[in-house]
Design a protein. Structure first.
Length: 231
């Protein structure tokens, strides 16, 4: 695959929950803010300050397993030959039993031969990470990335990937590049991408999907994804 250029993403949420993403040739996603707790004073005359939430504990050696992918990685890395012909909706009509995280409906609109979306970590300013910043450290021992998927029209072939971001002009890249091809039906089906023995010191993209249209294939292609996890 050719190197993927760094993209900007503009998202506007409507009252119906739809994210009709207006995607440009770069993807920008705003990250949350973290809080810090000040050091405790040793002076007994000091009055106690306000209680400050220190936020989640440090990750130590890395993000613990298992985890839901979109808790830490975001579908900000859209790419295609020109712009990004993909919209995203989180209003799935049905979900997998016990599903966690968001359920997504990605619509690949007509007009281009291929498109894909990486679930990326973000850099220090909240931009989707194409290699301009370090990846997320994940503790060793992951056995698989699991997810539910369906498509319309049924019978659509989709390539799923773990890792795969590698731009020679940027400083960081995924050590993983594992592909898994599935032919999807109209009902959600459970899939697993084995990771046994894989090296993933730092991860820029924890999951992605990629679709190539067949010759003469017209109309939109809908990809439904639910409950994407590292285990």
């Amino acid at each position: 695959m050719p190197a993927v250029p760094a993209l900007a993403l503009s998202i506007e949420r409507t009252s119906g929950g739809r994210l009709p993403a207006l995607w440009f040739v770069s993807c920008l996603l705003v990250a949350g803010l973290s809080s810090a707790c000040g050091a405790k004073s040793e002076d007994p005359n000091d009055l106690p300050g306000p209680v400050v939430d220190p936020g989640p504990p440090p990750l130590g050696d890395g993000l613990p397993l298992p985890f839901v992918v979109d808790d830490h990685f975001h579908p900000s890395g859209c790419y295609a030959a020109e712009g990004c012909p993909v919209t995203i909706d989180t209003g799935c009509s049905e979900r997998a039993e016990g599903a966690q995280g968001q359920c997504y409906v990605f619509r690949f609109v007509e007009g281009q031969a291929f498109a894909g979306v990486f679930f990326q970590n973000v850099d220090e300013v909240g931009a989707g990470n194409w290699g301009q910043a370090p990846g997320t450290t994940i503790v060793p021992g992951a056995s698989a990335v699991t997810f539910y998927a369906a498509a319309s029209p049924a019978g659509q072939s989709v390539t799923f990937k773990v890792g795969g971001i590698s731009d020679a002009e940027l400083s960081y890249k995924d050590s993983l590049n594992i592909e898994f091809v599935a032919t999807l039906g109209s009902e959600l089906e459970h899939f697993s991408i084995p990771l046994d023995g894989a090296n993933y010191e730092q991860v820029l993209s924890a999951f992605s999907w990629h679709v190539v249209r067949l010759d003469g294939q017209a109309g939109p292609i809908d990809l439904i994804l639910d409950d994407v996890r590292w285990e």
